[in-house]
Design a protein around this ligand. Sequence first.
Ligand code: UT7
Length: 324
Amino acid sequence: MPFHSTIISSGSYLPEKILTNNDLTKIVDTSDEWIFQRSGIKQRHIAADNQSTSDMAVKAAQKALESAGISANEIDGIIVATTTPDQTFPSVAVKVQAELGVPVGIAFDIQAVCTGFVYALATADNFIKAGQLKRVLVIGAEKMSSVLDWSDRTTCVLFGDGAGAVILEANDSSDTNDRAGVLSTHLYADGNMRDLLYTSGGVSTTGDSGHIIMQGREVFKNAVNLMAAAVNAALDENNLTADDIDWLVPHQANLRIIESTAKKLSMPMERVVVTVQNHGNTSAASIPLAFDEAMQAGKIKKGELVLFEALGGGLTWGSALVRV
Ligand code: UT7
């Protein structure tokens, strides 16, 4: 029997500690005006020293399970998108599995930086279509504060910590009329642009995680063009126009990037979910955080068409079209 995957619930978690733009002026030479005007960010959440990426992932996953009304026993796959794992190994996914009491199954991490959640969603969708998994926890979780150089004002003001999760479930595909679920995914990477955004260290080079280094203007330019291209690929494949899309849920890196991409697609900002002001750039966690917030607020309604788009280090980028 052919299967397709449906998002049956979502959940998210933000750490308690809030760092405002004004707080940052005590750490680096910056201002609330500069940060807000250039990025749209007002504040970000910062994990406690003893709080790891898996701790946040577990909290988001628990909320998604509660919201779906299912128990951990009914999950057979966990895919965590993260670029800030607790340890080099084992994966965050197996820690989430043990913590939640998910039975033996498939669990692994995906590293595609800020595009990680779209990569993870596409991977889970393909496992489901292949008939290999039935109910998958797809999580984006990051402790970006641990890879920031807190003396570099060009990067430390932009990022934050958090986690978001969705549960994907296999459904019979025989009825294809306006069915809910993942309709398409488009993933891309171009390693020739790896030096635009990277960390200064790594396990097999310096032996530590290093800090984020970014050529902001170059990343900005590529983000607008490449995310619009990924969105157009989704629209073309599904014979849709931007008018058909109810909600754009973009990666939350910079309000100006979000606005420029929406403009390129002629999408009014009223149909774009924006949460970057509250949590900054949370990398792989940003799309599921924004999606969950819009679901909880009752903005996104059952049956609506939602388009995810992201771009991150690599460069990696992609889109996913979902009817919720
Ligand atoms: O999630 C992965 C994808 N990442 C992104 O999408 C980020 C993409 N890039 C961006 O969002 C923007 O390029 C930034 C927000 C990072 C920077 O905005 P910008 O308008 O491109 O500014 P800029 O880098 O061109 O810097 C303008 C000025 C510079 O001063 P000079 O050289 O003009 O004198 C910077 O030194 O702003 C200065 N500056 C700051 N000033 C106050 C840089 N950071 C700060 C700061 N506070 N925090």
